[in-house]
Ligand binder design. Structure first.
Ligand code: ATR
Length: 273
């Protein structure tokens, strides 16, 4: 096979140099025998749509979208999948038959990491979601589809949490909003969807939210456990960073594009080491 036979994809962001997506997709392609080329594309802050048009003109089949373009990608798409509409954001674009199809695999990636990789089913569980921004919104529908008993959305700005919860009322799951000082009771799963870890800050979640059976997951990842993970570990909780979510959202995007689901288990183990 010649390299120029490959179907082309990339991740668009600003910044984008740090993105691990090319590494992950290359590993998926090698493992599934799919012939793709996946690169990085830095878009100027006011040039996202131009980059997408350029990719389409060059015959690209799709792209992932990262910070800060996920909302713009949703606006640019000519068709949105349900989970992208619910998230209000797009991280996966497919260029098919003249359409720009927008999907969002971040939430399904998080669910896959919790359920399959961490082995924690969400049905009937009590979930505490910290934060009410784009990252939190993106996981609401995928969480609700798992049928948890309750989702409590806690945010620094209460009104934002209330607005988010208002958009996701559900027949099965009790969905409610509070400030950090309104968090009551223990939770099976606590997800940090705030951007606090970016500035090494700890969202003011009470120690009483955690038990030794709680899974505490930070959507961020890095070389060291985040302040949230360190705090949760001190309460005896089991902790997990966002690296599994990153790999799983990539696997979901790969499956959308290629109709083949890569096995993520051994890749996660390899990349972590
Ligand atoms: P993202 O797309 O990563 O979700 P965002 O939409 O800007 O980014 O949302 C950031 C979230 O992190 C918000 O819920 C924000 O709380 P506010 O709505 O009160 O701004 C939350 N956040 C950011 N820094 C935080 C901190 N130090 N402690 C607690 N919450 C924080």
């Amino acid at each position: 096979m010649r390299p120029d036979d490959a179907d082309h994809y990339c991740v668009i962001g600003n910044p984008v140099a740090h993105s691990k997506s090319p590494l992950i997709h290359a590993a998926f392609a090698a493992r599934t025998g799919q012939h793709i080329a996946y690169g990085r594309r830095l878009a100027p802050l006011d040039g996202f749509a131009d980059v997408v048009r350029d990719l389409i003109a060059k015959g690209y089949k799709g792209a992932n979208v990262t910070v800060p373009f996920k909302l713009e990608a949703a606006a640019l798409a000519t068709r949105l999948e349900e989970r992208a509409r619910a998230a209000g954001a797009v991280n996966t674009l497919s260029f098919v038959d003249g359409e720009i199809v927008g999907d969002n695999t971040d939430g399904p990636g998080l669910v896959a990491d919790i359920v399959r990789n961490a082995g924690v089913p969400l049905a009937g569980k009590r979930i505490l979601l910290l934060g009410a921004g784009g990252a939190a919104r993106g996981v609401m529908l995928p969480f609700l589809q798992q049928g948890p008993a309750a989702i409590v959305v806690a945010n620094r700005t209460l009104a934002t949490a209330e607005a988010l919860v208002g958009a996701f009322q559900d027949q099965v799951t009790q969905v409610s909003a509070c400030g950090f000082d309104g968090i009551r009771g223990e939770f099976d799963i606590v997800v940090n969807a705030t951007s606090a870890s970016l500035s090494q800050a700890l969202p003011p979640v009470p120690a009483s939210a955690f038990t030794k059976d709680t899974l505490a997951l930070d959507m961020m990842y890095g070389d060291q456990p985040t302040p949230f993970m360190q705090f949760a570990a001190r309460q005896g909780a089991r902790t997990r960073d966002g690296f599994g979510m990153l790999v799983e959202q990539a696997a979901e995007a790969f499956a959308i594009w290629r109709d083949v689901r890569p096995d993520t288990h051994d890749l996660l183990t390899t990349l972590r080491s």
